[in-house]
Structure formats: C-alpha cells, structure tokens
Design a binder for this molecule. Structure first.
Ligand SMILES: CC(C)(COP(=O)(O)OP(=O)(O)OC[C@H]1O[C@@H](n2cnc3c(N)ncnc32)[C@H](O)[C@@H]1OP(=O)(O)O)[C@@H](O)C(=O)NCCC(=O)NCCS
Length: 218
C-alpha cells in the first residue's frame, strides 16, 4: 500500500493537534490512544500536511519516477495536489494517521498507517521525493512509525506493508524494518494492465520486540 498525494480516503473529523509526548484519547473508541500528530526523528519532522505544502508536493508529484507505482493521476495537476491536501485535513487520525515528511524545511513525502481488525493490524504506506531517495529517510520515518504504533497500541499484533514486486526500493525499506515476506498475490492495480504481483511483508509484535533487543541493523 502506498501513501501518496492522490488517494481519496474515507475520513471523518480531524483530531486536535498535540506534541510528540501527548497521546490524545479517541472519544469514539475511548481506550484507543491516537498516535502523536508531530513526531521527530534524527533528520525528519513528521507532521500534519497543510495547504501551504502544495508547492513542495508539486515538485515531486509531477516526477514520473515518483508516480511509477502509485495510483495517482497523471499528469499530476495543482488541483490534484490541493484535493489531496484537503482530504488530509479531514483525515481520521485514530484509525488512519498520516504525516507529511519534512526534511531540511521542505515536505518531501508522506507516510501513513491504517489500522484494521480492531487495531490488531496496521498497514503502512509511504512515498518520498526522488531528489532525496537512497538516504535512508523513508526507513527512518517508517521505523519511528512502527515503534510508535507498537508502543502506543497494546492490541496491535502486526504491522504490514505491500508493494509491486518490481518496486525494489520499497521492498528494501520493508526488509530494513525487519519485515518478513508473507505472501505474493496477483492484483489489479491502477495504471497497470492485467494483474501485477504484489508482495506483502509483515512484522509481528514478537519480531519487533526481538529486533529491539538485538543490535541495530542498517
Ligand atoms: C520506495 C521509497 C519510499 C524508498 O524511499 P527511500 O527514502 O529512498 O528509501 P531508503 O533510502 O530508506 O531505502 C531504500 C533502499 O533501497 C535501495 N534501493 C533503491 N533502489 C534499488 C534498486 N533498484 N535495487 C536495489 N536496491 C535499491 C537503496 O539503496 C536503499 O537501501 P540501502 O539503505 O541498503 O542502500 C521511494 O523510492 C519512493 O517514494 N518511491 C516512489 C513511491 C513508492 O513507490 N512508494 C512505495 C509504494 S509501495
């Protein structure tokens, strides 16, 4: 599953903003904490998208390398970007939190996790600008979201992600997160004719705990 400026989401009202230490309480599922809406890593700030991010988004969303595996409109117009940003403002941040990835003062991508099955499973998606590929930024963002998800949600049993089998970089990110390949399915995907192979990878709570006990890898 990808996260990209282009995917319509079924969303409800936004939650109040808060700092990283704050875990807001969901009024609908009042025992389920929400993930913080602002998160810092060594090099990144993960924070809500804002309408003012449109220029940063257009810089990468119009790049065909970025959109190759993503179900986004092509050509990608400014109106598409604004529609995406308007949808982010209405997001259900309890069941489907998402963050803009800010690096050196600019938005260079996005990351999200969608919780399913009563928060037992999270499915993560991400995308980042070609200009900053290969610096480990997506792995850094994704690792933080995986950690926060397991730390915040006691009922979470696994975090999964999937990618086109040709999307080597995305599969490498999953591998670096310690995820294991759990299956390949043939699926119809926008922009691709016929069926494509989609690889699903997963990290269980037990595997996550074991990876934290072991020395850090890559
Ligand atoms: C997938 C994506 C998010 C990766 O972002 P990134 O910030 O470059 O990822 P990282 O730098 O954390 O890790 C990428 C790894 O893949 C490796 N990689 C990239 N292209 C590769 C290739 N063709 N063959 C082998 N390895 C490759 C990189 O070397 C790096 O591994 P390393 O750290 O061991 O060197 C980015 O390419 C992207 O946004 N693509 C377009 C959108 C997309 O496909 N999103 C995912 C949909 S499932």
């Amino acid at each position: 599953m990808s996260f990209s400026p282009g995917l319509p989401k079924k969303d409800s009202e936004p939650q109040p903003s808060g700092g990283e230490r704050k875990l807001a309480t969901n009024t609908m599922q009042n025992t389920t904490p929400s993930l913080p809406d602002r998160v810092h890593t060594a090099r990144l700030t993960l924070r809500p998208f804002a309408l003012g991010d449109i220029d940063d988004i257009m810089l990468y969303a119009t790049d065909e390398r970025w959109s190759r595996f993503l179900p986004v409109p092509q050509p990608y117009t400014r109106a598409d970007g604004i529609t995406f940003l308007e949808l982010q403002a209405k997001a259900d941040t309890i069941t489907a939190p998402r963050w803009a990835i800010e690096y050196e003062g600019k938005v260079v991508g996005g990351i999200n996790i969608r919780f399913e099955s009563g928060f037992a499973r999270g499915v993560m998606g991400y995308s980042i600008a070609p200009a900053v590929w290969g610096k480990g930024l997506t792995t850094e963002a994704a690792r933080r979201i995986v950690d926060l998800s397991f730390e915040s949600l006691s009922q979470l049993e696994e975090v999964a992600a999937d990618a086109n089998s040709l999307n080597t970089a995305s599969l490498k990110v999953m591998e670096k997160l310690g995820m294991r390949r759990v299956g390949v399915s043939q699926q119809q995907r926008p922009k691709h004719e016929g069926l494509v192979d989609i690889v699903t990878c997963s990290l269980s709570r037990e595997e996550w705990l074991a990876s934290r006990a072991a020395p850090a890898a890559g």
